[in-house]
Design a protein around this ligand. Structure first.
Ligand code: HEM
Length: 542
């Protein structure tokens, strides 16, 4: 999720995570008290090194003044291009710099090596960003804290309840039939929209349609029921959630800038509270509806079989209040992340015929006659995965992540950084680094196929080593889902949704740009999203 949605992040107060790092830093499997000991030892090392005069202080870090930052944001127009600001500031200050802006005091790191250094010191229970205003809202309404606000062992308890059904490949495969149903609806909707268009092929604003797909996909898994987001009439609840999600994210970035006393005068806090009320209310309504169904099933003596919600409710690992907030957060994280990524995939496929043809050939050879792919089939579609990876590299939907290291001082690049410092991990600039990715600005899915990945993550993050002489990049230069215990909980679900949707779209349609279609650049609105609508032509395949 960006700085807030898919895991509480914002373009200014960002947030993210690795598998390799599990080996390098204390993980949750440590015995109680071990992390305290390690943190104390680390502090000692920091102090000793600093005393020996080897380390520079945080005040020695270069960085823009407040007026320079304001100039870039509001005169030069980087306010909605914070992904590009990462590159500009790196070129001026080097791979580590400090930005101070209003209440924000952030250390930015913009090379894979430095990102790895921060992650290795993130501690046993990593925190993405301090979100006092989210906590304040939860306190106001007496709600449970949930994944983004809870910290330490409490966060880990919630995370441990979610992980088994979300991150284990075997468990996630159980969602395949329902995802296929939703993809079927997407295909129908595209058919309907194109047949209604003037040229009988064009679908306008593809990202908006994919948003509905994303919402229907994740809700069908979480609530075990279909909401009908891809039907003619979009359910009121869905519309309310969409509007509230947008409002909450915008207001979340705004309320922190203003002092608390201004809340009665300025409209932002009220809108923030209203947006959260709406989000929570929609989730609660859907959950309660499902609970009533489960109770009726049990009353009739039928087994209460279901997927995610039934599992959460019956596992007894979370309280009812925690289930409400957790499901709200999963919904928030699971919609525009997948939908925006899919939008960019289609945008590029439409412009790169040879890539699209090759992808179609692969899908067609593994699943001829438009057979629905199974999860086993996906393992025989390396090009499909390469296309998604390359899209996430060019458009990491979470362009900047964060770590708030609260329990100990850390050393990064010879700087002694005190505890309670907010780090911004400049993910976008690492993914676009020419020294990591040749022709970094080009869409080249092939780069992910050269060389067998070995000794690490063979399925997708590029966190393993390639065989000598083949394509290699630093494992932390591409971490679209984050890494480690705090990494994206919805990664497997997101991948399954994207693989099924893309492969079946390819089976049915050839995608082309509109005649004279403009280039669409990304912009940051917490997440990296298209700056203008993407309109595409869908030509049915014979
Ligand atoms: C293309 C799709 C997606 C991308 C690129 C993505 C990316 C991310 C990233 C970078 C993080 C932060 C990880 C960290 O701090 O290390 C994150 C966290 C999170 N994501 Fe996603 N995400 C995606 C889809 C999803 C989906 C489908 C869901 C819901 C099922 C989801 C739910 C979450 C949640 C709840 C967190 C917070 C986890 C925690 O703090 O413990 N994400 N995601």
């Amino acid at each position: 999720m960006g700085s807030q949605v898919c895991g509480a992040w914002s373009s200014r107060l960002p947030a993210l995570c690795a598998r390799i790092l599990l080996a390098a830093r204390p993980g949750p499997e440590l015995r109680p008290g071990a992390s305290t000991a390690i943190s104390a030892r680390r502090n000692l090392n920091v102090q000793t090194a600093a005393e020996a005069g080897k380390l520079k202080s945080i005040d020695d870090l270069p960085g823009p003044s407040l007026s320079t930052t304001l100039y870039w944001l509001f005169v030069k127009g980087y306010a909605d291009k914070s992904h590009l600001l990462q590159g500009l500031q790196k070129s001026l200050y080097g791979p580590i710099w400090r930005s101070r802006f209003g209440p924000f005091d952030i250390v930015n790191v913009a090379s894979p090596e430095l990102i790895a250094q921060v992650i290795r010191q993130e501690g046993r229970y990593p925190v993405r960003a301090d979100l006092p205003h989210w906590k304040e809202y939860r306190d106001l309404r007496g709600q449970a804290y949930g994944l983004h606000v809870d910290v330490g062992p409490e966060w880990y308890r919630i995370r441990s309840a979610l992980n088994p059904k979300m991150l284990k490949l075997r468990e996630v495969s159980a969602f395949a039939p329902i995802i296929h149903q939703v993809v079927g609806d997407l295909l129908h909707r595209i058919d309907l929209l194109r047949s209604r268009s003037e040229d009988q092929t064009t679908v306008s604003d593809v990202a908006a349609e994919l948003y509905k797909f994303g919402f229907e996909g994740i809700s069908s898994i979480l609530f075990e029921t279909r909401l009908g987001c891809l039907q003619e009439e979009i359910p009121q609840e869905t519309l309310r959630f969409i509007n509230a999600a947008n409002d909450m994210l915008t207001m979340s970035e705004t309320v922190v800038i203003f002092p608390r006393w201004s809340r009665g005068i300025l409209p932002f806090w009220k809108r923030f509270v209203q947006a959260w009320d709406d989000l929570y209310d929609v989730a609660q309504t859907l959950i309660n509806r499902r609970i009533a169904e489960i109770e009726a099933q049990l009353h009739r003596g039928e087994p209460a079989e279901g997927m995610y919600l039934t599992y959460l409710l019956s596992s007894d690992k979370l309280t009812r209040a925690e289930v409400y907030i957790t499901i709200t957060e999963l919904l928030l994280g699971g919609v525009d992340t997948t939908s925006n990524t899919l939008s960019w995939v289609l945008y590029h496929l439409a412009r790169t015929r040879e890539v699209q043809d090759r992808l179609y050939q692969e899908v067609n050879s593994v699943c001829p006659d438009r057979r629905e792919p199974t999860t086993d089939d996906l393992s025989r579609m390396p090009y499909l995965k390469a296309v998604i990876k390359e899209t996430l590299r060019l458009y990491p939907v979470v362009p900047g992540n964060g770590r708030f290291i609260s329990d100990s001082d850390v050393i990064v690049d010879n700087y002694w950084i005190p505890k309670k410092t907010q780090f911004h991990l400049c993910h976008y600039v690492s993914c676009h680094d020419e020294s990591e990715f040749t022709d970094a600005e080009l869409f080249v899915p092939d780069r992910w196929l050269r060389g067998e990945v070995s000794g690490g993550d063979s399925d997708g993050d590029g966190c393993g080593r390639t065989t000598p002489g083949t394509f290699q990049h630093h494992p932390y230069s591409f971490i679209p889902f984050g890494v480690g215990v705090r990494a994206c909980v919805g990664k497997r679900v997101a991948e399954l949704e994207m693989y099924f949707a893309l492969s079946r779209l390819m089976q049915h349609y050839e995608v082309r740009p509109e005649d004279g279609a403009p280039t669409v650049e990304p912009k940051t609105r917490t997440l990296l999203i298209p700056s203008k609508p993407i309109n595409l032509r869908f030509l049915p395949r014979a």
